[in-house]
Design a protein around this ligand. Structure first.
Ligand SMILES: [Zn+2]
Length: 276
């Protein structure tokens, strides 16, 4: 029975073999995905989530597979004959120089990368999912109370789906520094509820708006506004990387409107020039 370690190693092997390469041929031997159109897509990564594998492509989709009892992914050099009975082969992902072949896979499906969380039970409640449970999300966030809230909000095992934009915006709207320990955030349930409100309000549109103004350049409070004046206080919006690589992300915040801890050594932005 493939355990988590085997799945992890399989993910590492697939990641090394495929990531960054363009699929020259892809064959999913499952009727629902026989015409999936993966050829020509670039493989971004393969990751393990529990016992699940997700191979991500540059069109926003992921191939979800599960080894179950006796499945396996194997990597062969180009031109090598694939061993074993052909009917046990469920998936083939070919890139220049090599091919990854999936045998006897228990699960094989394509899904939006953003919805990988739906496929794994151990993830936190999905902010837009049918399983949304704010109390459980808050409880999971508080399991590591010393962790900076800007990191905790992106932890998919605490709550799934928030993303970097909503993280930055909701912390601004609540006046909380992204480096505040999550256990010290005032009214964390209100912050989580606001994150959901922002996401629900935006889920059916292309451009994410948190300010209420859909006009270009006015849609966000701080996200992607480094060096621009805060819309409330006029001080410059700051930016810094936050989190542990490779999961670190760029955080935006206003040090005046979001007082609290901040990264050591990051430059203090200049004051806005006084108006004449
Ligand atoms: Zn401000």
């Amino acid at each position: 029975v493939p355990e988590g370690d085997a799945v992890y190693l399989t993910a590492r092997r697939l990641d090394a073999a495929l990531s960054g390469a363009v699929l020259s041929h892809a064959d999913l031997r499952v009727p629902a995905f026989a015409t999936a159109g993966l050829t020509g897509r670039t493989v971004l990564a393969t990751v393990a989530r529990g016992k699940h594998l997700f191979t991500r492509f540059d069109d926003g989709r992921s191939l979800h597979s599960h080894l179950k009892m006796e499945g396996a992914w194997r990597v062969f050099p180009a031109g090598r004959r694939w061993p074993g009975p052909a009917h046990q082969i469920r998936a083939v992902l070919q890139v220049p120089g090599r091919a990854a072949v999936g045998y006897r896979l228990g699960v094989l499906e394509l899904l939006p990368t953003a919805r990988e969380g739906d496929a794994v039970g151990h993830l936190g409640p999905d902010l837009l999912g049918a399983d949304w449970n704010p109390d459980r999300a808050v409880e999971r966030l508080l399991r590591q109370p010393g962790r900076p809230v800007g990191e905790a909000l992106l932890d998919q095992s605490a709550l799934a789906g928030i993303g970097n934009l909503y993280k930055c915006e909701v912390l601004y709207l609540r006046g909380v520094s992204p480096w505040t320990p999550v256990g010290e955030v005032a009214d964390l349930p209100r912050l989580v509820a606001l994150a959901r409100e922002l996401m629900v309000a935006n889920r059916d549109r292309w451009d994410q708006v948190t300010t209420g103004s859909p006009r270009r350049g006015e849609r966000h409070w701080v996200f992607e506004r480094a060096g621009e004046p805060c819309r409330r206080c006029g001080r410059f919006v700051r930016t810094a990387r936050q989190g542990v690589p490779p999961h670190d992300r760029v955080t935006y915040w206003c040090p005046t409107c979001q007082p609290g801890p901040a990264p050591a050594g990051s430059p203090v932005p200049p004051r806005r020039p006084p108006r004449r």
